[in-house]
Design a protein around this ligand. Structure first.
Ligand code: ZN
Length: 267
């Protein structure tokens, strides 16, 4: 199915085929975000039965909650912040913080324990390998992919032979979808790529950690929208040249947000 994109005002919903600095409807500046638009002639009839099957009314007392078996990260403090016990399968966490603070290192440490795929959009496979070696992070359980095209990444992840439980995307700002025309890092791209990854997380029961950089203004580039989409938002903070780091969560669908452990790992 051919998809096209349009630019939608986040304030009033006004739609434009091209980017506009100011919304002509409500007058807000920089409020238009590129959004994927499904073709109007969607094969509704074909999906009818499928959709019917999906909506089932149940007695609330008969609903069995899926006992999610958390996956321990190998780092006690990280498990604590994820909500006690570690990562939740089928969930997406955003790990953010200043550039150079150690987000990639923390993600690699978690990957070395659980095993999984590290998608590097910023560093080459050689650079990642060198860093892991320098920090004495075991790499035998880590798969690596150098890719920024989200459709290609999802295709790799969906291949059954991979059989991974954890996917790390470093960073979400480098990813782009071929369904949008905007540059990687633009609000539309960041949102669309995150939505696609969320979909994969749910359908494959996969844990995903997205790495996101904080901009000079102190917000995650591509910003509040992203925080609304993901299940968990974690911030890694500390002084760049000291070894202590604070990991805190500002949002957690699967736990409390008041845990503030101090990490003493190898940063
Ligand atoms: Zn508007």
């Amino acid at each position: 199915m051919k998809l096209k994109s349009s630019f939608v005002c986040q304030q009033c919903g006004y739609k434009s085929p091209s980017f506009l600095g100011k919304c002509p409807n409500c007058g807000t500046w920089n409020s238009l975000v590129e959004t994927v638009e499904a073709e109007k002639t969607s094969p509704w009839a074909k999906n009818k039965r499928e959709r019917k099957a999906k909506s089932v009314v149940l007695k609330l007392s008969n609903v069995r909650t899926a006992e999610f078996k958390r996956i321990a990260t190998g780092i006690t403090e990280a498990d604590q912040v994820f909500g006690g016990g570690g990562l939740v399968p089928g969930s997406v966490a955003l790990l953010s913080g200043d550039p150079g603070i150690g987000k990639s290192t923390l993600a690699l440490q978690i990957l070395s324990h659980i095993g999984g795929l590290y998608v590097s959009g910023e560093e080459s496979q050689e650079q990642v390998s060198l860093r892991a070696t320098r920090l004495k992070i075991p790499t035998n359980k880590i798969l690596i992919l150098n890719e920024t095209n989200i459709e290609a990444i999802i295709e790799s992840v969906k291949s059954e032979s991979l059989g991974i439980k954890l996917l790390v995307v470093d960073s979400i700002q480098t990813m782009w979808s071929e369904e949008l025309t905007g540059a990687p890092g633009s609000v539309g791209q960041v949102r669309e790529c995150t939505l696609k990854l969320l979909d994969v997380a749910k359908s494959k029961n996969l844990s995903i950690i997205l790495i996101g950089h904080v901009t000079k203004e102190g917000t995650i580039a591509g910003p509040m929208i992203l925080e609304h989409i993901v299940d968990t938002v974690l911030y890694l903070e500390g002084e760049r040249f000291q070894s202590l780091r604070i990991l805190r969560s500002s949002k957690n669908r699967f736990g409390a947000v008041d845990e503030v452990p101090i990490l003493r790992s190898c940063f």
